[in-house]
Design a protein around this ligand. Sequence first.
Ligand code: SF4
Length: 235
Amino acid sequence: MATPFKLSRAYPTRYGVPSITHVDRRMFTHRYFTHCLQCTFCHDWCCQDGVDVDLLHVRAMERHRQGLEAATGVPYDRWFTDETEEDDDVPGGATRRTNVTKRGCVFLASDGRGCMIHRFCSERGIDYHELKSLVDVLFPLTYEGRLLTIADEVEDGSLVCLDTGPTVYRGMRAELDYYFGAGFVAELDELEGELLGTEATAVAEIAPADVRQRDSASTGLPLASGPGVRSAPNQ
Ligand code: SF4
């Protein structure tokens, strides 16, 4: 990995942690499909292995336990594996891992596309950030300590939609703004401009990758059948 950019200061998330001081410049050059639910070839690949859910969001899910169980058909005792991994850099201080079935993450919809947690939020007017974990929403970005970097699947080339759309940064810019604030993305915009030239920062803003999932729920239309991704190991 090339030397990461050092930021002018530390940027904590709205939850206090993680706090980012360096960013991996590959996020400005590596590309992925981005508009996940418009994808016709990935077969929900990025949700195959489940996802780490920080305890802050585990607790939020538990507050909606009854509704989530009814909406997803997944009883609470099947939501997570038994393991809890402590980590001071995640909201809540630890993570739990969602269970997987033959199809993938236990929350992956079996009657169409997308994440049933996300659908649950969309149908009830709940901001999906409240129930979906930080790393879930940020994929294909992730973080290691104080470094914001690309996910392993981008680095090793296994992400099935690589090189098919905007850069990882442009795809995730709105989410970075949500979690880290306007000052953070303003500094990243400058770094992007230095790296790629000013024209790179003039591209249109890209909505969060899963906006179509919200649209589908709000219009009452069924989620399209067939393959699809959401932005998380994902989304
Ligand atoms: S978006 Fe996250 S929680 Fe939802 S199905 Fe995919 S991996 Fe599971």
